[in-house]
Design a protein around this ligand. Structure first.
Ligand code: HEM
Length: 458
């Protein structure tokens, strides 16, 4: 079945194709292979054969929900010991997926989002206070670290009525350190033939997971002791019964959902904001156009209202274009629901699966042109979007298991970019070259910006 799928030339008996592969940057390694081997290829990783799809036509075929579904494999499966049948890691057939999905989806409705808006603004104010102080002290700012503080505080407050106090700390909150440890460990498990080789890392991981659990248990205990919140995600998890079956989430499942949302709800948005700020600092023309839009649309209003955020159409294109080049969730996995033929060429058995390399799909020259590697937000103007084939832009995954927090992330990120563009000019270090770290998600490494306040009172 696999015979028509190309693979790298070196085939070693046990190690497969992993020699020479990067242990810390497996995704960027796969991207290099994809550039050489084309729209579909396979690699042997130890004794497992993994099929990678990066071509737009094949990825679109895999978006067909009648023949394919999410596959919980590789890095996502490695998170099962931590978050089990939480929304992100649940198998399609697990009853808790539908239950939690139905109970939590209203937490992302338009009304719910409008309720989060003032809290998002309050957290953004904390970031800008911090940045004002750094600027006054003549220091540059650490973008990924500060974006992580912002997005963690945002999901913690809007979802759980909790304050981690990130901006009052010199170092990242231990929750973030434990989370990064856990994600990194889950990724490393894919790069060794046996978990036995990671014994020491496994012990550290156990401590990290215990810390995550403790944090979440404290948070839930505080809520149940203190009475209901204001109808936030945690209230929904604890109190809402399924509208049809009347079923509720178990205590164990609530714990898994809280960790899932605290992690999925901030780590990826933080990367998306960081990449966007990198590109804005590198493209003064784009930044000027985005700033002009913010000034025009928000005008004299000191505090933008909920409805004024989605009106920042060009800022949103900047975000989309950054997500195109560096989707912070750089891949997702799909499995065949039945025996089928991928793209009319490659037979697949029921249950067979492949990794869709979003980062490659987003650079397929057949769709994005010969200059696909160039940053150009106008690729997302409505006319250009209309003329592109469907399923060619997938930063939030696809189908029934696509991201539940998409609108939340887009609202938060657009709002924050608008506020930062309005307040600051940012300049990168001309010597900086984009390096991307991987811990299942992507993040620009060592990105610092120098800020200047725009016209006083702006
Ligand atoms: C699922 C990306 C923000 C919660 C996903 C998936 C992707 C993704 C690609 C599907 C993964 C797969 O197929 O295996 C992103 C990106 C974000 C973002 C790029 C930010 C820019 C958020 C936020 C939340 C969230 C803000 C919560 C507030 C989730 C959950 C799932 C999910 C719970 C699992 C959904 C399910 O399987 O039913 N996300 N996400 N994400 N995301 Fe997001």
């Amino acid at each position: 079945e696999l015979s028509r799928i190309p693979h790298p030339p070196r085939r070693l008996p046990v190690l497969g194709d992993v020699l020479g592969a990067s242990r810390t940057k497996p995704l960027q390694d796969s991207l290099r292979h994809a550039r050489r081997l084309g729209p579909i290829f396979r690699r042997r990783v130890f004794n497992r054969e993994i099929v990678f799809v990066g071509g737009a036509a094949l990825a679109a075929d895999m978006a067909d929900e009648s023949r394919f579904a999410k596959h919980v494999g590789l890095g996502v499966a490695n998170l099962r010991p931590v978050v089990g049948d939480g929304l992100f890691t649940a198998y399609n057939h697990e009853p808790n997926w539908q239950l939690a999905h139905d109970v939590l989806a209203p937490g992302f409705s338009r009304d719910a989002m409008a309720g989060y808006h003032p809290m998002m603004l309050a957290v953004a104010d904390r970031l800008m206070d911090h940045w004002d102080r750094e600027m006054a002290a003549g220091r540059t700012v650490d973008v990924p670290e500060d974006m992580t503080k912002l997005t963690l505080e945002t999901i913690a407050r809007t979802g759980f009525g909790h304050d981690f106090g990130s901006f009052e700390r010199a170092r990242p909150h231990p929750f973030v350190t434990a989370m990064v440890g856990t994600l990194t460990y889950a990724q490393r498990l894919n790069t060794v033939p046996s978990p036995f080789l990671l014994r020491r890392a496994a012990r550290r991981n156990d401590r990290d997971v215990a810390y995550l659990n403790r944090t979440v248990d404290d948070l839930v205990r505080a809520r149940t002791a203190g009475g209901a919140g204001d109808g936030d995600l945690l209230d929904r998890m604890l109190e809402t019964a399924h509208p049809e079956t009347g079923e509720r989430l178990s205590a164990e499942n609530v714990r898994r959902q809280v960790i899932t949302f605290l992690v999925a709800g901030h780590e990826t948005t933080s990367g998306a904001l960081s990449f966007a700020l990198h590109y804005l600092s590198r493209h003064p023309d784009v930044a000027a156009r985005a700033r002009a839009e913010v000034d025009r649309v928000w005008g004299g209003t000191a505090v933008p209202g909920y409805d004024q955020v989605a009106k920042l159409r060009y800022v949103r294109r900047v975000l989309d274009e950054s997500q195109r080049l560096w989707p912070t969730v750089p891949a997702f996995t799909r499995e065949a629901r039945e025996d089928t033929v991928l793209g009319g060429v490659h037979p697949m058995r029921r249950g067979g699966w492949a990794l869709v390399l979003t980062a490659m799909l987003h650079r397929d020259p057949e769709v994005w042109g010969a200059d696909a590697d160039r940053f150009e937000p106008d690729r997302f103007d409505p006319q250009a979007v209309r003329t592109r084939p469907p399923h060619t832009f997938k930063p939030f995954g696809t189908g029934a298991r696509a991201c539940i927090g998409r609108q939340f992330a887009l609202h938060e990120a657009t709002l924050v970019l608008g506020l930062l563009l309005r307040r600051y000019d940012f300049r990168g270090d001309p010597a900086y070259r984009l390096r991307v770290t991987e811990r299942l998600t992507l993040m620009p490494e060592g990105l610092r910006l120098r800020l200047e306040r725009r016209a006083p009172g702006a």
